[in-house]
Ligand binder design. Structure first.
Ligand SMILES: Nc1nc2c(ncn2[C@@H]2O[C@H](COP(=O)(O)OP(=O)(O)OP(=O)(O)O)[C@@H](O)[C@H]2O)c(=O)[nH]1
Ligand SMILES: [Mg+2]
Length: 358
């Protein structure tokens, strides 16, 4: 899964990126002129994987991973693109966007943009995403129109025009494309555009130490529009550079129960409807990510396309059953070991072994 961190300039994206990834990317009060995004791949912390690893003692333990991309602030001047070409391609490759909004005092920003107002900034970025899509839609519609006037009218171009007009109306009325009711054909017609407002959006309220925990109303208000989490950006960036034990003490003082990374991971899994299943054995214990509602064949495909193609059945038991029984043998004696077919909907925490032949 890829999550893109976006937001207004100097909202603390790189600070949050560092907190999430334990990186030490440069944090700056003034524009450094650097436009390359920061990238990092991090493991998804999951105590179940650690437990499985201690049961199977595999040669290798592999956690699910999240790619974080930290973009420079979006600040559209008149007629400017929201993201530069390369950055735009990267943004489009993200599975979800996390909008970082400022909830801290900064003299420069306070005087140029006004005092911190997380709701206002979340709305502003949301508006930018819609506008970026609207420009794309309208440019394409003009092109289609020109083609039609030159007599180049096909059923495909007419179908595309119809969907794009729907999107134009929605975007004009402040509705993101993810909320537009589209059938499968319509979805396919526009899939090439990779519209930004089609992506799930989360909001990270980036608070200074004084405000952290005292902004529940603001967080709740934004939360009615977007899945929202509050971070103490600077503080948590510093925490992420400490040893776990040392960090734990500071976190407790601040009323932070879990690392920034696990809080955001949980929010992302919840809001994207993701679940984890596991594969186990003497070689490897591994966590995999799929969408809730996906089947055993989808799970097989997540591992390798051959497993989906030659799928015969899935041997299946739950993490809970394994922990309760203590061993795979125990799971079998207690009748908790199942054989499931193609249509089986995988549940969070399932341990699967795919039988296949190609
Ligand atoms: N007080 C306070 N300052 C912060 C916090 N997070 C970031 N800052 C400060 O805000 C400034 C910008 O932080 P960055 O993390 O570089 O912000 P950014 O969004 O990555 O900036 P651009 O990439 O240039 O858009 C720096 O001076 C940070 O120290 C925070 O939680 N509290
Ligand atoms: Mg930055």
């Amino acid at each position: 899964m890829k999550i893109g961190l976006i937001g207004l300039p100097k909202s603390g994206k790189t600070t949050i990126f560092n907190a999430l990834t334990r990186s030490q990317a440069e944090v700056a009060d003034y524009s450094s002129g650097r436009i390359e995004p920061n990238l990092a791949v991090v493991d998804v912390e999951d105590p179940r994987v650690d437990r499985l690893s201690s049961i199977y003692r595999p040669k290798k333990t592999v956690y699910a991973t999240i790619d974080f991309i930290d973009f420079v602030g979006v600040d559209r001047g008149e007629g400017k693109e929201l993201f530069s070409g390369t950055a735009m391609n990267l943004v489009k490759s993200a599975d979800a966007l996390a909008v970082v909004v400022r909830n801290f005092t900064n003299e420069v920003l306070d005087s140029s943009r006004g005092p911190a107002d997380p709701s206002r900034d979340a709305e502003a970025v949301h508006g930018e995403l819609l506008l970026s899509d609207l420009v794309l839609v309208e440019t394409r519609l003009e092109r289609i129109d020109a083609d039609h006037q030159r007599g180049k009218k096909t059923p495909q171009s007419q179908a595309e025009q119809k969907v794009l007009q729907m999107l134009q109306e929605a975007l004009g009325g402040d509705t993101p494309i993810r909320d537009v009711d589209l059938n499968d054909d319509e979805r396919r017609t526009i899939s090439g555009f990779q519209f930004l407002s089609q992506k799930p959006v989360m909001v990270i309220v980036n608070s200074d130490e004084d405000r952290y925990g005292a902004s529940a109303d603001t967080v709740a208000r934004i939360g009615t529009d977007f899945p929202t989490v509050e971070f103490a950006g600077n503080f948590e960036m510093e925490l992420s550079q400490l040893e776990a034990e040392e960090a734990a003490g500071f976190m407790e003082d601040m009323g932070i129960s879990e690392s920034a990374r696990s809080r955001l991971t949980r929010l992302a899994y919840e809001s994207l409807g993701l679940i984890s299943f596991f594969t186990v054995g003497p070689d490897e214990v591994r966590a995999w990510t799929i969408r809730r509602g996906e089947t055993a064949v989808d799970a097989a495909r997540a591992i390798h396309s051959d497993l989906a193609r030659g799928f015969i059945r899935a041997e299946c038991f739950t993490y809970e059953a394994l922990v309760a029984a203590g061993s795979e043998k125990g799971v079998k004696t207690q009748g908790q070991f199942r054989l499931e077919g193609k249509e089986y909907r995988v549940a969070d925490g399932d341990i699967l072994n795919i039988r296949f032949s190609v």
